[in-house]
Design a protein around this ligand. Structure first.
Ligand code: UD1
Ligand code: MG
Length: 433
């Protein structure tokens, strides 16, 4: 495997091995720490079950810590050869070092890829910050409008390194528009706003596509696997690709992520024995941001987040208060059938939508993008909550919880594969490689 990749495959083998260790360590920690988290009050009620048990929450915090430790242990591996080169030739310390030797050492030290190390360290700082903030949220239930911007702070180290190392703020113009705009357009500071926007969006969008057993982890695993496939497509090209290094970097961060997520999914899949907490959603989203910003493929990430983008856009009426948004919008469990049904916002008594909103709701209802229930006088009784999970249930009818998670995960996979196809097949038609 190592030889098929361009350049040096050894760190990749180490990364694979450490990812296995990350899986095993997370698996054990999840088992061991369940009662501890419960005792500390980090627990949640599984709402879609007949007997609503409390199970440990915030297991994402546990696996994020395992992940960070593994990534830290991994630091020497990709730099091993550079470290050896930069420190070799010293010989015996008792021997007086000649000026020539000193100059030579300085030259080698100068050749050390400090920029690459900076990318590494900044990625770790970002992921540590988001984990810290996520655990804070799980502990104190930070208000939605406050926690929304949390990831922007965590992305600052990445943006600084991006600025110092690459500083590329121009975007490639699609061929049909090139006569008017030229081949490249420099968008300057706006590019940083865009990257901070991606950093805010990715973690939050995973957090709101949530609420049924397994879905937070399974969607993240699909995205990570597709990003890893994307990396391999670059690494397996027969000629050395200029982006080899950034895609190796991406794999070093994604493989251990898949390791810890696998262990988490094992325990979080229906019927869940643990909840992942907001920490996991933020952490997963940030892993994608880290690899795609430092690897320069944030547009590919956007293609892989299409279901999340849809879920966010669809949620806008509730997120921005045009339609009342209850604390929980997860599907409603029908204890009689054991199946999930769309959860609803009731429009009881005096509470009726204003005219333009009522019109919009009815249009969505006609388009089968919402289930609208009216009484005989045409007054609103209830409308389903605006999440892709509820919409799926409107389309498909009541489903068992694991069935719904499976179907949404399959949809994410199909849409993501299509995204990659667009990126690698169609992109050549509108962008010159
Ligand atoms: C987000 C959603 C909210 C959804 C919630 C579910 C928005 C704006 N917010 O809120 O609508 O209800 O996620 O995670 O869209 N739970 C289950 N089964 C599961 C997972 C979670 O019953 O498989 C329940 C548990 O009671 C758990 C709680 O959801 O304790 C966790 O909710 P939390 O992550 O705090 O909600 P938010 O992220 O704020
Ligand atoms: Mg959440």
């Amino acid at each position: 495997l190592a030889n098929t990749f361009q350049g040096d495959g050894e760190p990749l083998i180490a990364s694979l091995a450490l990812s296995g260790i990350a899986f095993a360590a997370s698996f054990a920690m999840i088992r061991w720490l369940g009662p501890t988290l419960m005792k500390a009050g980090l627990k949640g009620t599984d709402m879609s079950k007949v007997n609503k048990r409390e199970i440990p929450e915030c297991m994402g915090g546990v696996v994020a810590v395992v992940y960070l430790l593994v990534i830290i242990v991994f630091i020497p591996f990709p730099f091993y050869k550079d470290i050896v080169a930069a420190t070799s030739g010293g010989g015996n310390r008792d021997v007086v070092v000649t000026v020539v030797e000193q100059v030579e050492r300085g030259r080698l030290l100068h050749k050390f890829p400090h920029g690459k190390l900076a990318s590494y360290l900044s990625a770790i700082i970002s992921l540590q910050s988001i984990t810290l903030l996520g655990i804070g949220d799980d502990l104190f239930d930070i208000r939605w409008r406050h926690k929304f911007f949390i990831p922007a702070f965590a992305s600052i180290p990445l943006l600084v390194v991006y600025f110092v190392d690459f500083g590329v703020t121009s975007i490639v113009v699609p061929i049909p528009l090139q006569p008017y705009l030229g081949e490249l357009v420099n968008v300057g500071a706006l590019y940083y706003v865009y990257m901070a926007g991606v950093a805010i969006f990715s973690p939050n969008s995973i957090n709101i596509l949530a609420g049924i057993n397994g879905i937070e982890v399974s969607q993240s695993i699909v995205i990570a696997v597709l990003l890893a496939i994307n990396d391999c497509l670059y690494l397996l090209t027969p000629y050395p690709h200029p982006a080899t290094d950034s895609h190796l970097f991406s794999l070093y961060f994604l493989l251990p992520f898949l390791g810890v997520s696998g262990a988490l999914l094992w325990h979080n899949w229906y019927p869940a024995r643990v909840f992942v907490g907001d920490t996991y959603c933020y952490f997963a989203g940030m892993v994608f941001v880290v690899v795609s910003i430092l690897g320069h493929f944030s547009k590919t990430l956007i293609l892989l987040l299409i279901p999340q983008i849809f879920n966010f856009c669809y949620s806008v009426p509730q997120l921005f208060g045009l339609v009342p948004c209850p604390r929980h919008r997860l599907p409603r469990f029908n204890a009689r059938t054991g199946l999930l049904e769309p959860s609803v916002t009731p429009w009881t008594g005096e509470r009726q939508p204003k005219a333009p909103i009522a019109w919009g709701l009815k249009v969505l209802g006609t388009l089968r993008l919402l289930r609208v229930t009216l009484d005989e006088e045409g007054r609103f009784v209830e409308t389903t909550n605006f999440t892709i999970l509820n919409l799926w249930l409107v389309w498909r009818g009541p489903l068992r919880e694991d069935r719904l998670a499976l179907e949404i995960t399959a949809m994410q996979t199909v849409v993501g594969l299509f995204g990659l196809f667009v990126r690698h097949g169609l992109a050549q038609l509108i962008f010159k490689e």
